[in-house]
Design a protein around this ligand. Structure first.
Ligand code: PMP
Length: 408
């Protein structure tokens, strides 16, 4: 087998389809978020850009609250955790962080993982492979990490239509009454920005005695009076069996977690290979996340300013006649619906205006749903917003007028 030819052919195909990913080589600048240095490909030069597509939604990754906690922890504990959680790697910061997370979601206990991806993959994979005859009911728009965990378990899976209660109910009703069931879904869906009817889903799950698994990755830190997510905002945290989240988005650091009952967390801790057989998070990371969560539990100003900026961006886009997908969250998807145009607009924004918005193409979104996923932060200025809108507006016209020339 000529493996090299196979790799090259696949890559050429991606390029032909406009779906080949090029990473922007950035240097985020502590204290000047959302500005960053962009290293041009191979040129050795840098330029300043404004980042408009970060999942550091509130800028906490650049906040002195977080960075000073991390510096302090590095000075105290050093760099790495030194082992898996079981074999010397549990640091006191991990213990404090797990307590803080359990409290954030009103649960008895929490468990840290090295990322949100791993927390979904390992938890669902373990639940579904260890509970005899279990069935999972997964929203069709669930994130790859949940899908992979489900796939890995080889459990019986049923996909229900996105946020569709009737479809969920019908599918639960059609399943054997005595099979243990898990309903898995997200609160804020990251690409369209729509929000699940959590309470109603829990009601349906209850009718069939199903366990509920909620991914709040795009909502933690962002919604609810203490940043506990959509379930906190809606007063329904106690209705969920498991709430999962990340430390890598609004909290600005890295890592994932689940929260639930003492028995459930102890069980996952004891059986999940993706938790057991990997080095624990660096203590400084846990310290940074702890500081971030504690800060956002008390301070609502970041969330308020963030909301204001989201509204300003939406109003500007509307005024300029640029279509965006309306939704009740903080995500602003500007729909281009063409992979090559999407990439072209993104490239020109970067080259000519110092604006960085990564194009989102297949397979992250369906073909024909290509978009620029704009994520305003509380730290974008009015001038940043005005520049984004006017630059995008110019390119929008150019693209529509001279599509073939422009896209070539
Ligand atoms: N769940 C959802 C819904 C996500 O969008 C993501 C990442 N984009 C994850 C989980 C994984 O989280 P992490 O980035 O912390 O691995």
């Amino acid at each position: 087998m000529d493996f090299e030819s196979l790799f090259r052919a696949d890559l050429e195909q991606l390029k032909d389809d406009g779906n080949y990913r090029v990473f922007a080589d950035l240097e985020r600048r502590a204290g000047s978020f959302p500005k960053a240095h962009h290293h041009f490909e191979g040129s050795g030069q840098t330029r300043d850009v404004t980042v408009w597509c970060s999942n550091d939604y509130l800028g906490m990754g650049q906040s002195a609250v977080v960075t000073s906690a991390m510096h302090e922890a590095i000075d105290k504990c050093g760099a790495g955790a030194g082992g898996t959680r079981n074999i010397s790697g549990t640091n006191h910061y991990h213990v404090l962080l797990e307590q803080e997370l359990a409290d954030l979601h009103g649960k008895e206990a929490a468990l840290l993982f090295t990322s949100g991806y791993v927390s979904n993959w390992a938890t669902l994979g373990t639940l579904l492979s260890r509970i005899p005859d279990v069935m999972v009911f997964s929203d069709e728009m669930n994130h790859a990490s949940m899908i992979e965990g489900i796939r890995h378990s080889r459990a019986r899976k049923v996909i229900w239509k996105h946020n569709d209660l009737d479809d969920l109910r019908a599918k639960l009703a059609a399943a054997p009454a005595d099979a243990p069931k898990i309903v898995a879904f997200e609160s804020v869906y990251s690409m369209d920005g729509d929000i699940a009817p959590i309470e109603a889903i829990c009601d349906v799950a209850d009718e069939f005695g199903a366990m509920t698994y909620l991914d709040e990755v795009h909502a933690v830190g962002m919604y609810g009076p203490r940043g506990g997510g959509i379930a906190e905002r809606e007063g329904v945290m106690d209705r969920l069996t498991i709430i999962e989240g990340t430390l890598g988005k609004a909290f600005g650091v890295m890592g994932g977690y689940i929260t639930g009952s003492v028995a459930l967390i102890d069980w996952i801790r004891s059986f999940a290979s993706g938790f057991i057989f990997t080095t624990a998070l660096p203590p400084a990371l846990a310290a940074g996340a702890l500081a971030s969560i504690r800060h956002l539990k008390k301070s609502a100003i970041e969330r308020r300013r963030h909301k204001e900026n989201v509204a300003k961006v939406r109003a500007g886009l509307t005024k300029a006649g640029i279509p965006w997908l309306d939704n009740p969250s903080h995500i602003v998807p500007v729909m281009v619906r063409d992979p090559k145009k999407c990439k072209w607009i993104s490239d020109i924004l970067m080259d000519q205006s110092g604006i960085y918005v990564q194009p989102i193409n297949y397979p992250t979104v369906a073909r024909g749903a290509e978009r620029l996923r704009i994520t305003p932060t509380p730290l974008h200025t009015d001038a940043d917003i005005a520049k984004l809108i006017s630059s995008l507006s110019d390119l929008w016209s150019q693209c529509a007028l001279a599509r073939h020339v422009a896209v070539a």
